[in-house]
Design a protein around this ligand. Structure first.
Ligand code: NI
Length: 136
């Protein structure tokens, strides 16, 4: 039986959407208010969904405490109350759109999971705007 274990998490971050190799005018045309040079913040909500077989001894797919600790180390400690563009190395040369953020988070969590576990990450940038990635 394959079951999905879900864990929610939260972080606040600032970002600015722009490309260094584009003019301000082009960035403004593509990214609008998100290109504000003084940055802006979001209350990001995250759902990490881990799917695998139930271990017959423990009854777990994954100990949710382990998943919680991975999310804390890889996402909350790395991103919370940070400026994604300036403080987080993964976004030094990568535009911190919700799409790119969810891929970065997926890769960081996936690297810490047993290889036989599947992962999907859903990231809410606003209550109505959210993205998801499962490695495909
Ligand atoms: Ni934004």
């Amino acid at each position: 039986m394959r079951v999905t274990v879900n864990r929610k998490a939260h972080f606040n971050s600032a970002h600015r959407l722009y490309r260094k190799d584009w003019s301000f005018e082009k960035n403004d045309a593509i990214f609008g208010k998100c290109n504000n040079p003084n940055y802006h913040g979001h209350n990001y909500e995250l759902i990490a969904s881990v799917t695998g077989e139930i271990d017959q001894e423990t009854g777990y797919v994954i100990d949710v405490k382990i998943l919680k600790d991975i999310i804390k180390a890889e996402v909350e400690d790395a991103f919370d109350h940070k400026n994604l563009n300036l403080d987080v190395p993964e976004f030094k040369d990568l535009n911190p759109t919700a799409e790119n953020i969810v891929v970065v988070i997926y890769n960081k969590i996936k690297a810490k999971l047993d290889a036989n576990l599947d992962l999907e990450v859903t990231l809410y940038e606003t209550p109505r705007n959210f993205v998801s990635y499962s490695g495909n």
